[in-house]
Design a binder for this molecule. Structure first.
Ligand code: AHR
Length: 630
């Protein structure tokens, strides 16, 4: 195979930020994943809105220290910890040792012998007592670590902290929290994290170390967050008394900042509860830690991801636009500003240097979307003219919605459009030239989500090949991120994924290795090149040379397949009388090599099929010219 490089020519400049990561709380990527909290349902807020069968006591068991069993009641009343943290546990016990036991995520708490764990609890009681944290086996007969806090009898909510040291390495421990006296006690925000967490320039984080390190090792140019479908689905109303504290809401950044005990939890589109322990401050600081540009996506006050147009909440639009302006102030504003002060209070007086923001994710309704988008964009530009505001292309790579979105984006002089597609490896190989023909005067492209739909080396190689096409078009494709980033093997809603983990280990997929290779070797400029020679095909060839999954709106031309000895197996210039010489996909054939024989099916009279000799399906010269039309 020969690659001819023309180093006298200048190709597109490639930005350092070209390849990044897309983090979404899908597959338990945040709670039970990157967020280092080991206690599941720590604030007793789980609810059937999150998932069928969830209750305030999901992942909790009652522990009886002797005598009558205690009552462990989840209450939502005026004695709550604060307005946003509606529920807490009321434990009524007749003596010491009564309490509750948390099951943790998946198999339980993963402990390492000698490692320390940071525990905390908010408690209130009229009875002063010693509260014990114990890491134990499933039925509490073996103790791996324990510690105590002294709860006073003031009947006021206070936070108590302790450190536990494990004496064993196990992956299925439980955490028991028990009282020291007959009493009525309120408990909330029961937390335990390994002390050995990710440390970056912002210091000790609340992120799980091995997962954060794997992301850091990619050396991403940007971090897109927090979604994905979790951004825009469900109600756009705020979590307030006036709205009766809606249980399922779009991702509203203000709910995710400030002290964790004041962050309301929310139903997650992917079928669980999101604690928001991993929130906007954590995203911004982590992005900074790993030298990546932060790229938040805010709800467009429509519903993406196939959820339909939510016309009855358009009254929320102006608040969400203001929230977006406030987000930029949180990221970049002076410490004297309202939201810049919150950033400083949380530990980061310096601005985060936000330059890009996305509005909406996979919106279904181009006309309504662009109406809302333009209002966001114009408000942002009026106050922050240097922020790039990213629109999107809808949920569909192929359909009319996609084309309509692009037309609307072009008509409204949008700067950048977020495209998403998940396709076969063949599609990625055949569409390497996708961006060659994109209008150089139109919006730039942010390829915010893509993946070849399986997890084999062939998929990853097809992604690598495709990325050379992105890079060749780096003048128009400015940003690209594989998706999704993380998956907990015990809670998978989507595959393939880039990084996999369970409670105590993590590993990268083959696509992780491809992404790492590209991100760690971003060039300065494309050097134009051409390639010629034999194309190795996998055995058997199915569709790989046949364009059988070619884009719906596409046409193609000039396909020729020859055997190693030069015999033409198939050729067709598709000169079927159309004025443009291009052949519509509707008339396509399907090509395959079966039992060593090149076969075309679905042929039409216009095709010229030459049945070649029996051949080993390993090595063919393929000449293929293909393009898509608008
Ligand atoms: O990456 C998984 C999902 O795919 C995202 O949430 C959504 O944007 C897309 O449909």
């Amino acid at each position: 195979y020969t690659i001819t490089v023309d180093d006298s020519a200048q190709g597109a400049a490639i930005d350092d930020t070209m390849y990044g990561v897309f983090f979404e709380d899908i597959n338990y990527a945040a709670d039970g994943g990157l967020y280092a909290e080991l206690v599941r349902n720590r604030s007793f807020e789980f609810n059937s809105t999150d998932a069928s069968g969830f209750t305030g006591l999901t992942a909790w068991q009652v522990v009886n220290g002797g005598g009558a069993a205690p009552t462990a009641q989840v209450v939502n009343d005026a004695t709550r910890l604060n307005e946003n943290n509606r529920n807490h546990l009321r434990l009524t016990s007749d003596g010491p040792g009564d309490g509750v036991r948390n099951l943790g995520y998946n198999t339980g708490f993963a402990l390492k012998a000698g490692a320390t764990y940071d525990g905390s609890v908010w408690a209130r009681s009229t009875t002063a007592q010693t509260v014990t944290f114990a890491l134990t086996n499933a039925n509490g007969t073996v103790t791996y670590a324990s510690g105590t806090v002294a709860v006073d009898g003031s009947d006021a909510w206070k936070k108590y902290e302790l450190t536990l040291t494990a004496n064993a390495t196990v992956n299925d421990a439980r955490l028991a929290v028990t009282g020291g006296a007959a009493s009525v006690m309120g408990l909330d925000m029961i937390s335990l994290m390994p002390h050995d967490r990710w440390v970056g320039k912002n210091g000790l984080s609340t992120l799980r170390k091995d997962l954060a390190q794997k992301i850091a090792d990619l050396d991403p140019g940007f971090v897109r967050f927090p979604g994905g479908c979790i951004v825009n689905v469900n109600s756009h109303r705020a979590y307030t008394a006036a709205n009766n504290f809606p249980r399922a809401r779009s991702y509203q950044w203000k709910e995710t900042v400030g002290p964790v005990e004041t962050r309301p939890t929310n139903a997650n589109f992917w079928g669980y509860n999101q604690s928001y322990g991993l929130g906007y401050y954590e995203y911004f600081t982590f992005a900074e830690d790993i030298g990546a540009m932060p790229l938040p996506v805010v709800p467009a006050v429509l519903n993406g991801c196939g959820q339909g147009f939510r016309a009855n909440e358009q009254n929320e639009l102006q608040r969400h636009i203001q929230d977006t302006l406030d987000l930029i102030e949180f990221a970049n504003g002076p410490v004297t500003s309202t939201w810049g002060k919150l950033r400083a209070d949380m530990g980061h007086p310096a601005p985060f240097g936000l330059t890009h923001i996305g509005v909406g994710n996979e919106e279904n309704f181009p006309a309504q979307f662009i109406t809302n988008f333009v209002q966001f964009r114009d408000a942002i530009k009026a106050k922050y003219p240097n922020i790039t505001v990213i629109s999107n292309s809808g949920p569909d790579d192929e359909g009319t919605t996609f084309e309509q979105h692009w037309a609307q984006n072009r008509a409204n002089n949008v700067e950048m459009v977020d495209e998403h597609y998940y396709n076969s490896p063949t599609w990625f190989l055949q569409n390497n030239d996708r961006y060659d023909s994109y209008d150089r005067n139109g919006p730039k492209v942010f390829l915010g989500e893509y993946a070849s739909q399986d997890a084999k080396w062939f998929n990853s190689l097809s992604e690598a090949a495709y990325m050379t096409g992105l890079e060749r078009n780096a003048d128009i494709v400015k940003l690209a991120s594989y998706a999704p980033l993380l998956a907990n093997v015990d809670n998978v809603q989507w595959r393939p994924d880039m990084i996999w983990f369970d409670n105590h280990q993590s590993w990268g997929s083959t696509s992780y290795e491809v992404q790492k290779l590209f991100m760690n070797n971003v060039g300065d400029r494309v050097v134009p090149s051409t390639a010629s020679g034999k194309v190795m095909q996998p055995t058997p060839i199915t569709g790989a040379v046949g364009l059988s999954t070619w884009r719906t709106a596409a046409k193609y031309d000039d396909v020729k397949v020859t055997s190693p000895d030069g015999t033409t197996l198939f050729s067709d210039d598709f000169n079927d009388g159309n004025a443009d010489g291009w052949r519509p996909l509707a008339n396509r054939g399907t090509w395959a090599v079966t039992d060593g024989q090149f076969v075309q099916t679905n042929t039409t009279a216009e095709d010229t099929l030459v049945a070649g000799p029996a051949v080993a399906a390993t090595d063919y010269d393929v000449t293929m010219k293909a393009t898509k039309t608008a």
